[in-house]
Design a protein around this ligand. Sequence first.
Ligand code: NAD
Length: 450
Amino acid sequence: MNMDMRERQQAYVRSGITKPATFREQQLRKLKEMLERYESTLLTAVQRDLNKQSSEAYMTEFGFVYQEITHALESLTAWMKPVKIKTPPSHVGSRSWVQPEPYGSVLVIAPWNYPIQLTLTPLVGALAAGNSVVLKPSELTPHTSRALAEAITATFSPEVVSVIEGDAKVASALLDQPFDYIFFTGSVAVGKIVMEKAARHLTPHTLELGGKSPAIVDKTAKLTMAAKRIAWGKFSNAGQTCIAPDYVLVHQHVYESFLEQLKKQTLKLFSERTADGTYTQIVNERHFKRLCAYFDDGTIALGGQHDMSTRMIAPTILTDVSWESAVMQEEIFGPILPVIPYDNEDHVLARLHALPNPLALYVFAEDVAIQELFTAQVSFGGGCINDTLMHVANVHLPFGGKGPSGIGAYHGDESFRTFSHQKSLLKQSTTVDIPFRYQTGKLGEKVIRK
Ligand code: NAD
């Protein structure tokens, strides 16, 4: 059915039905109504897959999508307008503009960690840009995948949006087809496979990947606040957040006091939930075992409790960690936070320059020079000064990585740009016909050299 569906979607977009703003608005409203209608089904599914509680899921899964839909509905008319572009004097008589147009049938491959948000947020941008979409949710969150498939099938005509459920094999078969755009969110390793597959059809694509995102705590930082915001950013969703601080580098002057605060704030924020069983689970046994193996890479300063039967790992702080250990070589993607002291900013910079560009970086400092040092001298996708995660929740900020942490960006206005081809046009006058434009000899050269 897949190939048929892609071809049907491509023909549908080509027919022009999806071009008018009214059609696109209708699809966005349908999506909003779908979220309202299927809210409890979807929240139950996420809870079954990840033990993610409704209040948290509502904020981090639904909240994002609603925000994107509202912004798209407000901005759509302006986004769709042709953009007038300057025309040089040598082109006298003509005018130029850029007309955004849909790509066609877009393939969205999503991960499991925010299974609703990361499937539907790209959908908002793709629909606003007038595309049709095939969604491939993650097989690691099967209840959510099923619930999304049911909700989408009941809401949209398949020529506009359809869901194909399945694992890597299914995703791989989809990638063999000539979609018009691929939007992939997931691991660096699979990102490389996606890019190779996209190259075969020269399909434009966005890769939203991961990696190790550092948090740096300077000696001038407000330590209690830094500890609280880092603990919240790391341990929410059990650390299964692509932009969670992966590890913390702390100036040695404040290392001990920061560590004390970090333990205190972590307990304050999460101990109740680990005790009453409402803390988010690790997605599966394989990841649970992978994470528990990191306990041996340092000294457990807090946490370490884990229970295979519920796949729960308590927020864990690791100290005495070496840069060569597995926990510092691999993306952690779980509730384990190494904390490492530093004595010199140049050493930190040298370390970070030797590592792949992170998806996010967080710097905690009152000293503006330190804030600027790290934000200017390290290349990373996006981040915060004196906070964690919050940049992703600002619909007006483009979100994406750089190189190994991702290619391209989306959210808000950037989503519309991402999912639109920018068609360049020049309209020439037929009432005047300036002779010098046909000159290829000396006169032409003279005009160009001017
Ligand atoms: P993953 O790469 O294993 O899987 C992502 C998707 O790719 C799934 O739908 C899966 O079925 C599919 N897939 C798996 N193997 C494939 C293959 N060989 N060919 C084609 N498709 C294949 O990632 P994951 O475990 O679901 O998610 C965790 C990773 O995603 C982490 O690295 C995290 O940092 C990253 N992530 C990034 C963002 C972001 O916005 N940048 C957001 C969430 C997660």
